[in-house]
Ligand binder design. Structure first.
Ligand code: ATP
Length: 341
């Protein structure tokens, strides 16, 4: 009997509830400090308690997961807690394509895949000396927006960088990636691609609610100047969005181009959930500043289905449940190796 396992954070509740609804045994790899929280949820059959998530590579954890015939569902916490080589060396089947997670973590590889997908991406600024317009400085990997800042000149950049170094958030220039700031309203487009049916499903949209940047509008301009705050983009939660219906055609095209490019660049391709993240400008044109090659926390909004999953399924379908359904279908058709790596 296959089990579904994930790490205790990010979207674990949604993933394991969906797995249970599809009839799976559910396992949570849980830090001891969060045991009390996760014991509250009866759809979690088993907790594997660890001091840190790095124990996922250790024999004790691996053998427990193997005994349960587990498939691991990767999410943002896996990427932020383990480096690409550690993830690639995990000895348990990982849902989707674990090789593409390296492309998500490395800004240069990320840019290459987005350009190959023919997405409209903001310009990279190779050197702080080249800053001449509004630029966002971002950390590598899935930092969740923490320590990101806006800047318009090299001088201002150096001041803000040094403050982050003093706070121990970054070590130096190499930890920052500079990108042209894209104007507009943000939208995170959530997809699922099934290699079993070769079909792309558009699942939902959200925007992130980020501190401090989203709180700044409540402070009048003169006080903003007085407080000398470097606002960060640290994600606190997610807010649902529905798009103008006329935008949907391009949403599907972008997702399909991404799936095609991933097939070319990183075998076996973009299997399972992914997200294109960016902003719509005043002409409804989308600029993609980022992608996630796995389930995103914004799907937590739609545990009972989204305005878009409702058009595809006549039952409540969360992304977590969609993943479990894919595993169920693959297991029935003896194709588990096609959807895991
Ligand atoms: P994740 O946790 O999803 O992996 P991340 O840490 O890689 O995210 P991004 O999603 O790239 O970070 O950026 C965090 C936030 O910064 C975004 O939600 C958005 O508000 C803002 N942002 C990032 N890049 C740009 C850009 N080029 N133009 C405008 N805003 C941006």
């Amino acid at each position: 009997m296959t089990s579904i396992a994930t790490l205790g954070s990010h979207c674990a509740l949604q993933v394991l509830k969906g797995a249970k609804d599809e009839g799976f045994n559910t396992i949570l790899v849980c830090e001891k400090k969060r045991e009390k929280l996760y014991r509250r949820f009866k759809f979690i059959d088993k907790l594997i308690l660890v001091d840190t998530f790095l124990e996922l590579s250790e024999q004790k954890c691996v053998s427990q997961l193997k005994d349960e015939d587990a498939v691991i569902i990767p999410h943002g916490t896996l990427i932020s807690q383990m480096d690409s080589s550690q993830i690639e060396s995990i000895k348990i089947p990982i849902f989707g394509n674990k090789w593409i997670l390296r492309w998500e973590s490395d800004r240069k590889m990320k840019e290459k895949l987005m350009i190959e997908s023919n997405l409209n991406v903001p310009k990279t600024i190779p050197n702080p000396k080249d800053i001449s317009s509004l630029v966002i400085a971002k950390r590598h990997g899935a930092a969740g927006g923490k320590g990101y800042f806006l800047t318009t000149s090299e001088k201002d950049y150096v001041k803000k960088r040094d403050k982050l170094i003093a706070q121990g958030i970054i070590k130096g220039d190499n930890d920052l990636y500079l990108q042209e700031y894209a104007f507009g309203v943000s939208a995170y487009l959530q997809y699922f691609y099934s290699p079993l049916t070769d079909e792309l499903e558009f699942f939902g949209v959200d925007r992130r609610y980020e501190s401090d940047i989203d709180g700044l509008g409540r402070i009048p301009a003169p006080q903003q100047i007085d407080i000398d705050l470097i606002p960060s983009f640290n994600v606190i939660g997610n807010i649902p969005i529905v798009l103008r219906e006329s935008l949907l055609d391009e949403v599907y095209s972008m997702g399909e181009r991404f799936v095609d490019a991933a097939k070319k660049l990183v075998t076996p391709g973009m299997n399972g959930p992914f997200c294109l993240e960016g902003v719509y400008d005043d002409n409804g044109k989308f600029t993609t500043f980022e992608f996630s090659a796995r389930i995103v926390a914004g799907t937590n909004l739609y545990v009972d289905g989204s305005p878009y999953s409702t058009f595809l399924y006549n039952e409540p379908m969360s992304m977590g449940r969609r993943i479990a359904r894919e595993i169920k279908k693959a297991r029935k058709e003896n194709q588990l190796t096609k959807i895991t790596t």
